[in-house]
Design a protein around this ligand. Structure first.
Ligand code: NAD
Length: 704
């Protein structure tokens, strides 16, 4: 194959091979072939005495081509191992010139070269562990030989990105240049030739480690303690141990075995799914990728309460100036004080300096005056969840905001289309549904109103990236994607409570499944009084319907959750540790008796099945009615906003892994139980259709 992605240039006796494969010079099949051809050609040309490998654009190389994942191209010959073998075997010395990104397979490529020259600012990493894998092209064998076992193992197990300056004096780099990288690398290559240093192969370096056994035992224990359900970190330790204990080729073989095992593990499949899902989410199906978006630099936030404060922090953390508006001075002062308080933890941990904090806080202009919002590009409203208040605020905004400004609401449950219609410019209105605490939670539901303009939507998605959020587009419906599903999950948990399970049993089963916290613990954390108040409001609104809930009884007994030291559990003063409480059991039993329900034995498997399948069934409806663009978006919502375990890839991916046919059958079985809400449990039409066709929610190429 022609050298399609590799530029060959002779600079005197030095051949310069430049990787040209934007954006990150990934090592897809064509590039791999081109590398083999390029090195072969340089070796064949008599005038050439050394070879410099350098990357154009973003840097050296970002490693494997993710677009090839799961396709035959990923393994097509020559695979990366074979390419690296060729390069390492080159009789003419090969010098890697490293700048920008040098990660994964990119770093493995550099390690197979005979020398490495770098500049400051390069980002070096073996991040495979973050995808549930390990470096599978010799990284676990070569890095310890060069860098030393302990620092290499730390990099491989953590996947952390290390700045090249930090490795400046390490054996990883043979030279460190401050100026032009290519010139430095050619100069270095010239010296290698002049001094007849020849190829120096990392594989030939010996590892001497007298206390290896004890060290690896210690490493395994440490890693096991933090790896949780993921097999990859321990496999990384095993692979590095093989580098120490075995000859190079045998070590490579061990690395390959471990890599193959991880590649077929469900945990890695889930993590790779999440990785791809995050990239897919940014793409809005009916909006061209290159659409010009409205620039967003100056922000306004209305309301300095729980959400407004966190939202303001998200923007100033990214360096964006915020005008923060409140109704009254004391609310503004309270809001600003809360923001300062929220930074204290980071200050104490040394993650933030006083100077940086001062710079960030200086980006906030506090005000009571709507006039100051006049020049803002985006204004986010986070006032009370009340339609009349929203009407008043959006009316004022309409009068004051400049034409083209984006007007956003953080509403959780109100109709965004109605809010948009409070203005004369509904096309400029969008929902930005942040999650609490907004400065911490990565999820942002970008709510698309019926009239929201394309460039507003695309602009919001771009902004989300700037402030480090995982943004998912949601249509307008009750609860948007996340809370609409959560309502089903909670209802399922409540049914189980009525059927005979206790809060601690339900929480334990779901936590065992991997949820960060069971629903009753979450309830205690959020406060049970919010739901109680809302049920009372709805009962007044619809007097003929029954909104009563066992949680009402808890609230009537003063049990509002953690903040009152008691809710579904009791809490010792100052502790967040939930303790099952016989008083709660008594309240639940009494409530069941009054409602005349027959109590039965409920097992952990049934708990997980009902709660998780309720999520999946609603997710299917959400895809079908177009509220979500794709199944993987739903997964992102649940992973980043609701504590779903990443190693299960999100509810829809979990459904795919479980088998849609099995799930549909289980749902039908539940729906047929007398007394259950049949409409709720009947499998969604999309789920049934996909199951019949033997398909999945997340099809390998594109989603339904
Ligand atoms: P909050 O009560 O903590 O804060 C609301 C703030 O808005 C108060 O400080 C109040 O003084 C101010 N305010 C009210 N009317 C105003 C007006 N006309 N002009 C200026 N300021 C005004 O409420 P919150 O929890 O921050 O919720 C705000 C919004 O965010 C709501 O729409 C809510 O549904 C939504 N939301 C909340 C959460 C959450 O977990 N709390 C999560 C997502 C979305």
């Amino acid at each position: 194959m022609a050298l399609v992605k590799l530029k060959f240039e002779a600079r005197g006796a030095i051949a310069v091979l430049r990787l040209e494969n934007p954006p990150v010079n990934s090592l897809g099949h064509e590039m791999r072939q081109a590398l083999v051809d390029g090195v072969e050609r340089a070796n064949a040309e008599p005038g050439i005495e050394a070879i410099v490998l350098i990357g154009g654009g973003a840097g050296f190389s970002g490693g494997a081509d993710i677009r090839e994942f799961g396709t035959p191209k990923a393994a097509a010959a020559p695979n990366l191992l074979a390419v690296l073998r060729e390069i390492e075997a080159s009789p003419k010395p090969v010098i890697a010139a490293i700048e920008g990104v040098c990660m994964g397979g990119g770093l493995e490529l550099a390690l197979a070269c005979h020398y490495r020259v770098a500049v400051p600012g390069a980002r070096v990493a073996l991040p495979e562990v973050k995808l549930g894998l390990l470096p599978g092209a010799g990284g676990t064998q070569r890095l310890p030989r060069l860098l030393g076992v302990e620092p290499a193992l730390n990099m491989i197990v953590s996947g952390a990105v290390v700045a090249s300056e930090k490795l400046r004096d390490s054996p990883l780099f043979d030279a460190f240049a401050e100026g032009d990288l290519l010139e430095a690398a050619i100069g270095f290559a010239g010296r290698v030739v002049a001094e007849r240093l020849g190829p120096r192969r990392v594989r030939d370096l010996a590892i001497v480690m007298p206390n290896a056994e004890a060290y690896f035992q210690f490493a395994r224990n440490t890693v096991k303690a933090v790896a949780g359900p993921y097999p990859a970190p321990l496999a990384c330790v095993d692979a590095v141990a093989a580098a120490v204990g075995k000859p190079f080729e045998a070590g490579l073989k061990r690395e390959r075995e471990l890599f193959t095992r991880l590649m077929t593990s469900p945990e890695s499949a889930a993590l790779r799914h999440v990785f791809q899902a995050e990239r897919a989410a940014a793409h809005i199906l009916d909006v061209p990728k290159d659409l010009a978006v409205r620039p967003i630099q100056k922000i306004g936030v209305i309301g300095a309460g729980t959400m407004g404060g966190g939202i303001t922090m998200s923007f100033i953390n990214a360096g964006l100036p915020v005008v923060l508006l409140e109704m009254k001075q004391d609310a503004l002062d309270r809001g600003l004080a809360a923001i300062r308080r929220n930074y204290q933890g980071a200050l104490r941990k040394g993650a933030l300096t006083e100077t940086t904090l001062a710079q960030r806080l200086a980006l906030i202009t506090p005000t009571l005056d709507f006039e100051l919002l006049r020049d803002r590009d985006l204004i986010v409203e986070a006032v009370f969840e009340n339609m009349n208040v929203k009407r008043e605020v959006f009316g004022k905004l309409d009068a004051v905001a400049r034409p083209g400004a984006i007007l956003a609401s953080n509403t959780s449950a109100l109709n965004l289309n109605a809010i948009a219609d409070f203005t004369q410019r509904p096309q400029d209105v969008i929902g930005l549904h942040f999650f609490s605490p907004a400065n911490v939670m990565r999820l942002l539901e970008v709510v698309r109103g019926a009239k929201t303009a394309h460039d507003v939507l695309a602009g919001a998605m771009r902004l989300a990236k700037t402030i480090g959020k995982v943004a998912v587009v949601s249509g307008v419906c009750d609860g948007f994607i996340g809370n609409r599903m959560l309502a089903r999950y909670r209802a399922a948990a409540n049914d189980l409570l009525m059927a005979g399970a206790l809060p601690q049993q339900i929480d334990a089963a779901l936590q065992e499944f991997g949820m960060a916290m069971g629903p009753f613990r979450v309830g205690d954390l959020a406060g049970l009084d919010i739901g109680w108040a809302s049920r009372k409001r709805r009962a007044a609104e619809f007097p003929d319907r029954d909104f009563s809930d066992v949680a009402d009884e808890l609230c009537e007994a003063g049990r509002f959750g953690q903040k009152t030291g008691a809710g579904w559990y009791r809490y010792e003063p100052g502790s967040r540790q939930p303790i099952p409480d016989p008083q709660v059991t008594a309240i639940i039993e009494e409530y069941r008796r009054r409602k005349g329900v027959t109590v039965r034995e409920v097992g952990a498997q049934e708990i997980v099945e009902r709660c998780i399948y309720a999520l999946i069934n609603e997710g299917a409806r959400i895809i079908e009615d177009g509220t979500a663009q794709r199944a993987s978006d739903i997964d992102l919502v649940y992973l980043n906003g609701y504590g779903f375990p990443a190693y299960r890839g999100g509810p829809m991916f979990y459904a795919d892994q479980t088998g849609l046919g099995d799930i549909a059958r289980a749902l039908r079985r539940i729906a047929a139980v007398p007394g259950t809400d049949t409409a709720f449990w009947t499998p969604a039409p999309l789920l049934v259709r996909l199951a019949q066709q033997g398909k999945t929610f997340n099809e390998p190429k594109g989603s339904p």
